[in-house]
Design a protein around this ligand. Structure first.
Ligand code: NAI
Length: 361
């Protein structure tokens, strides 16, 4: 059995509890991992003076693969978000979020199986903004007027939306490569090119060009508002979705809502040289330390990590074990029990749920 070296960032809030559950399940599935534990988040501010110490960046640079618990973003630290900082530092341009219905979770739909590729580095999330009444805003307003591009009200704040050929093509290629490698049938590119002819128009054109390189995979383009409507009415029509950053953020939460909420949603941020896996939900300070958090999303993020390092059999067995625990419906954490019965009374804690998953392996 070979040993993999992986960086582990337990995070804070419920992070340490759910990452411990994930580690136990992976060990029980027989995968040997040498965990390099470093931490980020509010809990390390005092010791390191920053929520993202250099040793975290060094460890990920060394191992190339990390799994995170959620971290609380300290308010007013000058740090927008540790997650955004990590994505930028390692150019993790793919945000990969698979969403599928698990029986017994109270999911709205039983036939959802959608994989989302969200561009992670540009679009309105580039952070290039001009504040109300700032000289930068005044300059941009004057520039747009002078060039005949349009008039902007003087009492405006402005956010720029850069969309590049480089970033559009690499995210669409990632979606098609995934579709080929995983036997998926269709990729849908989501846009609003009818209104934003240059930025979204470029994303759409890049998607069409890349799609032509993959004749074996069906391609369709869909306007974002129509996509939302169709996802809610007929999610089984969708397979792999590829979206620019903002639409990807919104539509992936919509998809999580179709199948039982954020507590079930795993995710990954992947670049050319590093990958960071993490549950989609946050640090849940309201239930931290109580031993009642649902570790499913973090364990499923661990399965994505296992697939990434070639441990497909262990990943498949863990997913099957989770599905069988939900199908049996006897050992459920409070969040799911509440969805199913209206009350969390008699719910299992994180450890009992993890024990049940391990027993089902
Ligand atoms: P949240 O996702 O932490 O919590 C929202 C609600 O869902 C809470 O009631 C919480 O108890 C519940 N919840 C979340 N995960 C759960 C789980 N595994 N089991 C059972 N219940 C769960 O979102 P919130 O409260 O907006 O954010 C809290 C902190 O987390 C903030 O500082 C935020 O910046 C941070 N955050 C971190 C993320 C990350 O590190 N990836 C992602 C999102 C938020």
């Amino acid at each position: 059995m070979s040993t993999h070296t992986i960086t582990l960032i337990p995070g804070d809030g419920i992070g340490p509890e759910i990452t411990a559950c994930m580690q136990r399940v992976i060990a029980a599935a027989g995968v040997d991992i040498d965990w390099k534990v470093v931490n980020a988040g509010a809990g390390v501010m005092e010791e390191h003076g920053t929520p993202l110490p250099q040793q975290v960046l060094d460890s990920i640079a060394q191992t190339g693969i990390a799994i995170k618990g959620p971290v609380t973003t300290p308010v007013g630290s000058g740090f927008r978000s540790i997650n955004v900082a990590l994505r930028k530092h390692f150019d993790l341009y793919t945000n990969l979020r698979p969403t599928w219905s698990i029986k017994g979770t109270g999911a709205r739909y039983s036939d959802v199986d959608i994989v989302i590729f969200r561009e992670n580095t540009e679009d309105l999330y580039a952070g290039i903004e001009a504040e109300l009444d700032s000289p930068e805003a005044a300059e941009l307003i004057a520039w747009a007027q002078d060039r005949g591009l349009g008039s902007i009200r003087p009492d405006s704040a402005i956010s720029l939306k850069p969309i590049s050929v480089t970033c559009s093509k690499r995210i669409v290629r990632a979606a098609f490569d995934y579709a080929v490698a995983n036997g998926r049938r269709k990729v849908t590119a989501v846009h609003k090119a009818n209104i934003m002819k240059h930025s979204d128009g470029l994303f759409l054109r890049c998607a069409q060009e890349v799609a032509a390189e993959y004749p074996g995979i069906e391609f369709e383009a869909m306007i974002v508002d129509a996509t939302c409507m169709n996802l809610v009415t007929n999610p089984a029509n969708f397979d792999v979705l590829v979206l620019p950053n903002l639409y990807g953020d919104i539509v992936s939460d919509l998809c999580a809502g179709l199948v039982g909420g954020l507590g079930m949603a795993p995710g990954a941020n992947i670049g050319a040289n590093a990958a960071i896996f993490e549950a989609v939900h946050g640090s849940a300070p309201d239930i931290a330390g109580m031993g009642i958090a649902n570790p499913t999303a973090e364990i499923l993020s661990g399965c994505m990590l296992l697939d990434h390092i070639g441990e497909h059999d262990a990943a498949r067995r863990i997913r099957a074990a989770i599905e069988s625990v939900y199908a049996a419906g006897e050992v459920l954490t409070g969040d799911i029990k509440k969805i199913l019965t209206g009350s969390a009374q008699g719910a299992a804690g994180s450890t009992a749920f993890t024990d049940a998953v391990i027993a089902a392996l």
